[in-house]
Every structure is written in C-alpha cells, then in structure tokens.
Design a protein around this ligand. Structure first.
Ligand code: NAP
Length: 260
C-alpha cells in the first residue's frame, strides 16, 4: 500500500531512539522527511547518520524540548530547513517514577513539564503550518494512562492528559481537516524500558513474568509495530480516523485475563 507520504515533512520528538527511532525509520521508508528532535548525543548523531547512509533524507535538530522557548525554536528551525510541516508525532517522554510517596508536589510539576508540556507546545507552534496542509498529529501515550502503574503519578497524569488532548484537539481542529490520534503502547523494548527493567532485583525474571501475560504471542510489542500504526495514522489512507486511541499492545490492556 502506498501511504502517499513521499516528501512529507514529519516532525518526530525523541525520534532518534526507541519507538521514536522506529517511527523515523518507517517515515523514511515511505519517502517522507523525518525531522528528528532530540538532545544531542553520540547515539543521536549516529542514528541520523545511519538514516542518511541508507539514502534517506532526514533532518536532526539537537534541542532539549524542556527549555522555555525550545518548542518554538524547533518549529521555526524545521520551517527554515524544510519550508513546511505536514505532520507531528509527539513522542518524547520518560517514565520518571514520581509517585505520591516517592515524590513531592514540585517533582510532580517537573514530571508534567518533562512529559506533557512539550506535547502542547509543539502542537501550538506547529499549528499554522499544519492548518496550511490539513496535516495530521499522532500523540504517543502509554497504557499507564488507563491502567495506572503505581509510584508514577506525574507520568501517568501526563499520559492520561495526552489521551484527553487527543480528543480535545481532534474536536478543535475539525474545521481545518487536521486529524489527531493517539497510539498507546504497553510493553516495547527500548532504552527507556531497559532502564525501567534494570530497577528490579531480577530484570530477566520480571521480563518473563510480563511477557507471559501478553495475550497475543506472549511477547513484547516491536517498536516497528508501533511505527506502522503511527505512519498509517499520519497517512491519507486513514483519512476518516480522528480522535482515536489505538492500543498496539497484543491485547495486553483489553483482552480477558481468563484467556490465559
Ligand atoms: P526512549 O527509548 O527513552 O526514547 C525516547 C526519546 O525521547 C529519547 O531519545 C529521549 O532522549 C527523547 N527525549 C525525552 N525527553 C526529551 C526532551 N525533553 N527533549 C528532547 N528529547 C527528549 O523511550 P521509548 O520507550 O521509545 O518511549 C517513547 C514514547 O513511548 C514515550 O512517550 C513513552 O512514554 C511511550 N511509551 C513507551 C513504552 C515502552 O514500553 N517503551 C510503553 C508505553 C509508552 P534522551 O535519551 O536524551 O532522554
């Protein structure tokens, strides 16, 4: 299926690592131009080089999205380099374990800032460009938005708000033909996930206990499977889909546990 994404400029926050990297790869494979926004590091640079070595066009903006004006800067720099923005994937985030007992009101606000603030800000600044082309937005949320996880109030609140904003923005942007959807992962092996696993006394055993409960195939979701859903939602092939929360999780959140 041709997703008709050739030459489309797609901004992907955190697009050099984990799920974001898989989305950048999938966009590049469709002939689109991923604009990757990441803090600078060797891994980030080498991911962009890897995409270019494969003959893809991509832009890398080494920006920390948490700074006060950095989302504005990210959008302006994208427009300077590419002249347009066709789609936005809000993806950057981190499960930072700020809970009720293991956190403070100040840390809660910081977690919201880390995980939610830039979803709004990137969308706010990219909006005039998206309006010009009837663009699309995908928010990457998390199963914690609907299941909770414990000891991670800030992250869970941010992830829940991303689902609410997906619906809110889908409504607000109807007149412009801009579609807004969310993809909800549960268990995907990424640097973030590895860091989280490593906090358990026996990470291997923990991983086995998690995968044993994933209904479809008793396995983790591949980052590429999150990416496939995301590029489909960005494409005109999903032209009548908006305000939806797509759980790409092997049935982890919704299927009956009795099936096990
Ligand atoms: P990851 O491996 O840590 O990748 C996230 C990327 O975003 C990293 O490159 C990170 O850069 C970047 N990033 C984070 N904050 C940033 C900021 N302020 N400015 C610029 N870049 C920033 O994480 P992932 O597992 O792929 O997660 C991606 C998304 O999926 C997140 O929204 C996460 O909540 C969601 N998710 C993941 C899972 C899972 O199982 N992996 C499950 C549910 C939801 P640094 O390395 O510099 O921090």
């Amino acid at each position: 299926m041709d997703l008709e994404l050739r030459d489309k400029v797609i901004v992907i926050t955190g697009g050099a690592q984990g799920i974001g990297a898989a989305i950048s790869e999938a966009c590049a494979a469709e002939g689109a131009v991923p604009v990757i926004i990441n803090r600078d590091s060797e891994a980030v640079q080498s991911f962009a080089a890897h995409l270019r070595d494969k003959g893809n066009r991509c832009e890398l903006l080494t920006i920390d999205l948490q700074g006060p004006e950095t989302c504005k800067e990210a959008v302006e720099e994208t427009l300077r380099r590419c002249g347009r923005i066709d789609a936005l994937v809000n993806n950057a985030g981190a499960n930072d374990k700020v809970g009720l007992e293991n956190g403070s009101p100040q840390e809660f606000i910081e977690s919201i800032h880390r995980n939610l603030w830039h979803y709004y800000s990137m969308t706010h600044y990219a909006l005039p460009s998206l309006k010009a082309v009837r663009g699309a937005i995908v928010n990457i949320s998390s199963k914690t938005a609907v299941t909770g996880q414990g000891n991670t109030s800030g992250y869970a609140a941010a992830k829940g708000a991303q689902l609410a904003l997906t619906r809110e923005w889908a409504v607000e942007l109807l007149p412009y033909g801009i579609r807004v959807n969310a993809v909800v992962p549960a268990e995907v092996m990424t640097p973030l996930y590895r860091r989280w696993l490593s906090t358990f006394p026996n990470p291997e055993e923990k991983l086995r206990s998690i995968t044993a409960r994933i209904p479809l195939g008793k396995r983790m979701t591949e980052a590429a499977e999150i990416a496939s859903m995301t590029v489909f939602l960005l494409s005109a092939k999903s032209g009548h889909t908006t305000g939806q929360h797509l759980f790409v999780d092997g049935g982890y959140v919704h299927l009956d546990r009795a099936l096990d």
